[in-house]
Ligand binder design. Structure first.
Ligand code: ASP
Length: 343
């Protein structure tokens, strides 16, 4: 079989950082990053790279950066078997989620990875994460098609659907989790794939890249004692088109009348309201308790088991694509890239 080829897209993050004289971490050059892991040159894979200039801390990731990642993939789509995106861990789950929506009909692997310790530092997790990600991106089945055909995050020893991930730990190497969806592979002595959980690109159409995103959204996280002025301030934000309401448990909110009135007014004014649970695992079930039935009556849409990262990404993508709120609400309650389980 022909040697697989993988394109590394280096955006920045700890994986591409080194220590400066004052002991703070700052981005290295692309060549310094690659030189720190000489082993990748010995892999049985043709590897090329493109890098952001300058490399960035992922806390600075922007909508334009997401478009750039997708344009690089679009431009090189036919020339490579897979793509590995080196990215900071802080916002990796947001980026993997957004990119999953932007790339429609994806039939090749796009693997996001990073590290908790900088490349070149003793005990760094960078080498293992990068090498295994490249192996996964290069993996083909007996028919010669890519084994993985979706946007993923690989970290520590787990391959996860990107739009199901959350950064759960700022300290341990096992930094990411997919709380509501089974992992897609586990690496040990061998890489064991779980194809029964793969997202199937049933359409077989050509890759379509959506480049318009709309960030006129807000997150309103409820807490006991939240006051009316805070909620009003958020809902009256200039240009606001959608709000993620982070609720309790299975999607519940306090039963104060002013809250439902404000939400119903916002809904009437054309603001899309999406209910996402504050729990890391489990799903919103609107109507299970009276407190969430009221939200439903106010026009709030269930986000089921979506992560808040996927909800942000999906809203930016849908608002960039459609003007029609009914269409947006319908798409919110449809699994577009395997990001949600509709119950
Ligand atoms: N601040 C870094 C970033 O997200 C953290 C990391 O990569 O782990 O770019």
């Amino acid at each position: 079989m022909k040697k697989a080829s993988v394109l590394l897209i280096i955006t920045g993050g700890t994986i591409s950082m080194g220590r400066k004289a004052n002991n703070s971490l700052a981005p290295l050059s692309c060549n310094q990053v690659l030189a720190s892991i000489p082993e990748i040159q010995d892999m049985n894979v043709n590897i090329s790279s493109v890098a952001f200039s300058p490399l960035i801390d992922s806390s600075d990731i922007s909508l334009d950066n997401w478009v750039s990642i997708c344009e690089i993939i679009e431009q090189h789509y036919d020339s490579y078997d897979g793509f590995v995106v080196l990215h900071g861990t802080d916002t990796m789950s947001f980026s993997a989620s957004v990119v999953s929506f932007m790339l429609e009909n994806l039939a090749k692997p796009v693997i996001f990875t990073g590290s908790q310790l900088p490349v070149g530092v003793h005990r760094s997790d960078a080498k293992e994460n990068l090498i295994t990600s490249i192996e996964i991106a290069a993996s083909k089945n007996e028919k010669g098609s890519s084994v993985v055909q979706e946007v993923c995050v690989f970290f520590e020893d787990q391959l996860m659907r990107g739009n199901r991930t959350t950064k759960r730990n700022a300290e341990e190497f096992d930094a990411f989790a997919s709380f509501n969806y089974h992992n897609l592979a586990k690496s040990g002595v061998h890489i064991k794939f779980y194809p029964e959980y793969f997202w199937e690109n049933r359409s077989k159409k050509a890759l379509k890249v959506h480049k318009t995103l709309d960030n006129n959204i807000a997150i309103l996280r409820l807490f006991p004692g939240i006051n009316q002025h805070t909620v009003e301030a958020v809902l009256r934000t200039v240009g606001l088109k959608a709000v993620i309401l982070e609720t309790y448990g299975t999607g519940n909110a306090p039963s104060c009348k002013w809250l439902y009135r404000l939400l119903a007014e916002a809904n009437k004014a054309g603001i899309v309201l999406l209910n996402i649970t504050q729990c890391r695992a489990g799903s919103v079930e609107m109507g299970r308790y009276a407190t969430s039935l009221n939200l439903k009556k106010a026009g709030v849409v269930s986000g089921y088991d979506m992560t808040v990262e996927a909800a942000v990404a999906k809203l930016m993508f849908l608002l960039g694509r459609y003007n029609d709120n009914e269409k947006i609400k319908k798409e919110l309650n449809t699994s577009l890239r395997g990001e949600v389980t509709i119950i």
